[in-house]
Design a protein around this ligand. Structure first.
Ligand SMILES: Cc1ncc(C[n+]2csc(CCOP(=O)(O)OP(=O)(O)O)c2C)c(N)n1
Ligand SMILES: [Mg+2]
Length: 327
């Protein structure tokens, strides 16, 4: 049986990593159609264009490590191993979803691969990851926590407070900024007075690295260094992955605020093409193999959608489960 955990092994090979990035793209592209057909309630935030960051991270971490991320978390969930049925089921509010259909697009979780619920509140995943890292340190195991968040989140108080505390306590936590140049509808130069967000690590005497977020191999190497550093007890790192989101901020945003031509320029460095071309140029993959891989993935996603749409929504009687209140 395919489980989130068993899917993690696919990331051990270059071909497997390309396959996972292609799967993420195919799943993300199917979501707009599901939305248009009325199967998705609430919003969705796609990460197409940013696949190499998630897959690079998931390729390095152990399933016993913990990841927090934002509402733009479908790619991270799939990269960590959650199945297309688990992600699409959740987005469509069905019981087979990874959170039982009660969380929706912004609340994906799967403890078997270390995915804490993704967070709708900007910056909220950072202190939670630091808390997990503090627990690992106190338990004296060599687990790490990693948190993925956007460029906009680096202007939030929780970012600064968490980096400060993580540095002082030398916590085994890796902070990964997906700098996609936009926070909602605002370009970064209108909200943030510096270009390289990794430089914010300097205020907290923290290790930092800037990485090409379009190149999965570069992401792997940056994450490996940070994880080794943290596991060895040396403390946190701040990694800035320079990337770009192809879609608008959320499902209803046509992104007309973008500079003309900017999207096309980024598409010339598409993370899937970069990974595929590397494999083709060294003879590890043919064009025909690639086409077959894409069509197999399209078939798998179509099957997943059928399974999801045949699955029920949660029973009304379960409404009060997983809810607590002080009496
Ligand atoms: C504390 C808080 N403030 C504002 C919002 C509204 N909001 C949702 S997404 C977003 C932009 C965040 O941009 P960024 O951190 O760059 O992440 P991206 O969406 O680009 O991945 C904002 C302001 C929120 N969800 N939480
Ligand atoms: Mg952003």
């Amino acid at each position: 049986m395919v489980t989130s955990l068993s899917r993690r092994g696919q990331l051990n090979t270059e071909v497997g990593r390309l396959e996972r990035m292609l799967e993420i793209r195919a799943v993300e592209e199917s979501i707009q159609t599901l939305y248009n057909d009325g199967h998705v309630r609430g919003s969705t935030h796609l990460a197409n264009g940013q696949e190499a960051v998630s897959v690079g991270i998931a390729s390095v971490l152990r399933p016993t490590d913990v990841v927090t991320c934002t509402y733009r978390g479908h790619a991270a969930a799939l990269a960590l191993g959650v199945t297309p049925e688990g992600v699409l089921g959740e987005i469509c509010g069905r019981v087979i979803g990874c959170s039982g259909g009660i969380g929706g697009s912004m609340h994906l979780m799967d403890a078997s691969v270390g995915l804490m619920p993704t967070f709708a509140i900007v910056g909220a995943g950072l202190p939670v990851a630091a808390g997990v890292a503090l627990a690992a340190k106190l338990k004296n195991n060599d687990s790490v926590a990693l948190t993925i968040f956007g460029d906009g989140s680096t202007n939030i108080g929780a970012f600064h407070e968490t980096l400060n505390m993580a540095s002082i306590f030398k916590l085994p936590v890796i902070f990964v900024i997906e700098n996609n140049l936009y926070g909602e509808y605002t370009r970064i130069n209108l909200s943030t007075p510096i270009v390289d967000l990794a430089d914010r690590a300097d205020s907290y005497a923290m290790r930092k690295e800037i990485v090409d977020g379009q190149d999965v191999d570069a992401v792997i190497s940056a994450i490996e260094s940070a994880v080794d550093f943290a596991r060895a007890g040396n403390g946190p790192s701040l990694i800035e992955a320079k990337t770009y989101r192809y879609s608008g901020h959320s499902r209803s945003d046509p992104a007309t605020y973008r500079t003309p031509g900017e999207l096309d320029e980024w598409k010339k460095r598409d993370p899937l093409d970069i990974a595929a071309n590397k494999l083709i140029s060294k003879g590890a993959l043919s064009e025909a193999d690639l086409e077959k891989m894409k069509s197999d993935i399209a078939d798998r996603v179509t099957e997943a959608i059928k399974t999801v749409l045949a699955s029920d929504g949660p029973e009304l009687s379960t409404l009060m489960q997983h809810v607590s209140a002080k009496g």
